[in-house]
Design a protein. Structure first.
Length: 195
C-alpha cells in the first residue's frame, strides 16, 4: 500500500516482482489519511469563520462561569497555579471536601451522564503540590496507589452549550449537598457503581 512500491508485476511462473521506492517514500504506510486532512481543513475553516476573538471570549466566559459556580458550592476548591483570576483554557481541576475524587467522578458519570476525568493527570508532583494538605487523605473507592487523594478535571470549550454547564454545576451541587444516590465499590483500582 501507499507509495512504498514503485512497481508490482506478476511473472509468467505466477510469482511477483516488486520494485521498491528508495528513501522516505519507501517507508510510507498505506494510503494517506485523506479523511483526516479534510476534517482538519473543515475544522480550521469553521474556527476561522467563527472568529478567534469570539471563540476566546466565549471560552473565558465559560471558565469564569464554571470557576465561580464551583466556588459557590461549599467544600469545593478549584486548583490553580496562578490564582483564581488568571486566564485559563477550558479546563478546571477541583477537589471536594469529604469526597474521594474517583468516587465523585464515578457518581457524575453514573448518576448524571457527565464525563469528567479524575486522577493526577500526568502531573503527579504538580497536582500533589496543589492539593497540599488534602493530598494525604486517602478515601474509599479508588484512591490511587499510596493513598493519595486525586482531583477531578472538567473540560469545556467555546462550543459547550450553556445547559451543559448548568447541568454540571447542578450535579456537583446535588452530590455535595445530598450525597450519591447509588452505592459504589472499588474494582481494579477504580470506583464503579455496585450493581
Amino acid at each position: 500500500g501507499g507509495g512504498a512500491s514503485r512497481a508490482v508485476s506478476r511473472r509468467a511462473d505466477g510469482g511477483v516482482d516488486v520494485e521498491w521506492h528508495t528513501g522516505a517514500a519507501r517507508h510510507e504506510a498505506g494510503s494517506p489519511n485523506v479523511i483526516g486532512a479534510y476534517a482538519i481543513a473543515s475544522a480550521c475553516k469553521a474556527l476561522t469563520e467563527a472568529g478567534f476573538d469570539a471563540l476566546v471570549a466565549r471560552e473565558q466566559q465559560l471558565v469564569a462561569w464554571v470557576r465561580d459556580g464551583l466556588a459557590a458550592i461549599e467544600g469545593v476548591r478549584v486548583l490553580g497555579l496562578f490564582g483564581p483570576e488568571a486566564e485559563r483554557v477550558g479546563v478546571l481541576s477541583f477537589v471536594v471536601s469529604g469526597w474521594n475524587s474517583s468516587h465523585l467522578a464515578a457518581a457524575l458519570s453514573a448518576e448524571y451522564g457527565i464525563g469528567v476525568r479524575d486522577g493526577l493527570f500526568c502531573a503527579h508532583p504538580l497536582v500533589r503540590t496543589l492539593l497540599g494538605a488534602d493530598a494525604g487523605a486517602p478515601g474509599e473507592c479508588g484512591a490511587p496507589e499510596g493513598g493519595s487523594l486525586n482531583a477531578v478535571r472538567v473540560s469545556f470549550g467555546a462550543g459547550t452549550p450553556d445547559e451543559h454547564v448548568e447541568r454540571f454545576l447542578g450535579a456537583v451541587r446535588e452530590l455535595v449537598e445530598q450525597g450519591a444516590r447509588w452505592t459504589y465499590r472499588t474494582e481494579g483500582g477504580r470506583c464503579v457503581p455496585a450493581v
